[in-house]
Design a protein around this ligand. Structure first.
Ligand code: ATP
Length: 248
């Protein structure tokens, strides 16, 4: 039933600069506890979809001109990004976006900005995040700008976790990282999903890796969903193999 849907995107259209139609009616669902992959080539509209959900398009002169977005059963199209974070949905932007001049630990603490609970509770969560990300614990006092790409990606996810989300919109976590580090990050995503019950909508160009960890996938081509299905099914699909998995 619909009560099992955390997120529902219904037929959204996005236009940049009043004229450039980029999403041409995109619909997708994320079930509670799901890891849903949003796949497609560079420029297909993955980032635009995530930013439409978290209401981050205005800074890019983009707007949702049609359709609706529902999170936890309520329309969220008109909410500010901060309000959406308060309700439990947070985006980790492509390119990681840590505060380079702050330490890893200070970055994590900035993630608690919407919370009104005690410092003690916030510090307990910092320690809990170190359990998931031992590398962040080791590097807690390092300036984020001087840590590796993988550590910065972990920092960005850890910081998002500090808002106690029920859903994370994760944009291209594999970007520019070695396969072994990507695997390490996806393993942590899986643990956060299993143990903290965080649902994920994951935009990825690395189809192979994403479908290994996702429960369900959507494939975008020039602003439209052209295929969707359980990850196990997409992995076996001949078109997906040929066009997205580099196997013919
Ligand atoms: P990437 O892997 O590069 O992030 P993507 O699938 O996320 O690719 P988007 O970044 O959503 O794709 O871009 C979709 C389309 O929208 C592209 O054609 C892009 O050129 C265009 N686009 C993105 N941002 C803007 C903008 N601010 N103004 C105009 N067009 C834009």
């Amino acid at each position: 039933g619909t009560e099992d849907l955390v997120l529902s995107v219904n037929n959204i259209e996005v236009i940049y600069d009043h004229v450039i139609l980029v999403l041409k009616g995109v619909s997708l669902n994320v079930e509670r506890g799901g890891i849903v992959a949003l796949l497609g080539a560079n420029g297909a509209g993955k980032t635009t979809t995530l930013k439409a959900i978290s209401n981050l398009l205005h800074a890019e002169r983009g707007e949702v001109t049609k359709g609706s977005i529902t999170f936890e059963g309520q329309r969220v199209d008109q909410l500010s990004p901060n309000e959406l974070v308060r309700r439990g949905c947070i985006q980790v932007l492509e390119g990681r976006h840590c505060f380079g001049h702050l330490t890893i630990e200070e970055n994590l603490l900035t993630g608690a900005f919407t919370r009104r609970d005690s410092n003690a509770a916030i510090w307990r969560d910092v320690e809990a995040i170190y359990e998931y990300f031992p590398r962040l614990k080791q590097r807690r006092n390092a300036m984020a700008g001087y840590t590796s790409g993988g550590e910065q990606q972990m920092c960005a996810i850890g910081r998002a976790m500090m808002s106690r989300p029920t859903m994370i919109l994760l944009d291209e976590p594999s970007m520019g990282l070695a396969p072994q580090i990507v695997e390490e990050i996806f393993e942590i995503v899986r643990k956060l999903n299993e143990s903290e019950r965080v649902s994920f909508l994951l935009a990825e160009q690395n189809t192979n890796m994403a479908l290994k960890y996702a429960t369900y996938g959507y494939i975008l081509e020039t602003g439209r969903v052209v295929m969707d299905g359980p990850a196990t099914m997409l992995r076996e699909n001949e078109d997906v193999k040929e066009f997205y998995l580099g196997v013919s």
